[in-house]
Design a protein around this ligand. Structure first.
Ligand SMILES: [Zn+2]
Length: 146
């Protein structure tokens, strides 16, 4: 199983974000660099959830915002390593919608269960495969670094 390397401070920050937006989903972008084939996340960017119609169980990042984040990241020598969002009162497992809307093959998708307003399980999934046709989510270990 591959691993997502993330600093303890960032790990706590994305979990705290889910608590802040509860009972709505939070979402954001993870930035970092690949190290021996695995992402080392060194920054997280909070984004707005544009799914105001169903923000308790959907998330969406505006394309223009994502383009801006990617441009800023490249300027800092970073890449988009993945995405994170929360599942208010729902397990930290990807939904069929999460899978259908995941298009960044090679990136990590991190989901935090927020139960009664408190961050519970955080789980990372690598979007493996090469195309939209053979993509699949593979569970990853969270390697939380100091
Ligand atoms: Zn989800």
């Amino acid at each position: 199983m591959s691993a997502l390397h993330i600093s303890g401070a960032l790990y706590e920050a994305i979990r705290a974000h889910g608590e802040e937006t509860y009972p709505h989903e939070c979402c954001g972008v993870l930035l970092g660099n690949p190290v021996q084939g695995e992402w080392r996340v060194t920054a997280a960017v909070r984004t707005g959830n544009t799914r105001t119609d169903s923000a308790h169980n959907r998330y969406q990042i505006a394309p223009a915002e994502l383009v801006r984040i990617q441009r800023d990241a490249l300027r800092q020598g970073l890449d988009i390593a993945g995405f994170y969002h929360s599942h208010p009162d729902h397990p930290a497992r990807w939904s069929s919608t999460d899978f259908a809307e995941a298009h960044w093959v090679g990136c990590s998708y991190v989901i935090t269960e927020v139960a009664n307003g408190k961050a519970a399980v955080t789980q990372a999934f690598l979007l493996a495969g090469t195309t939209e046709d053979d993509k699949r989510f593979e569970p990853q270990t969270n390697l939380v670094l100091d």
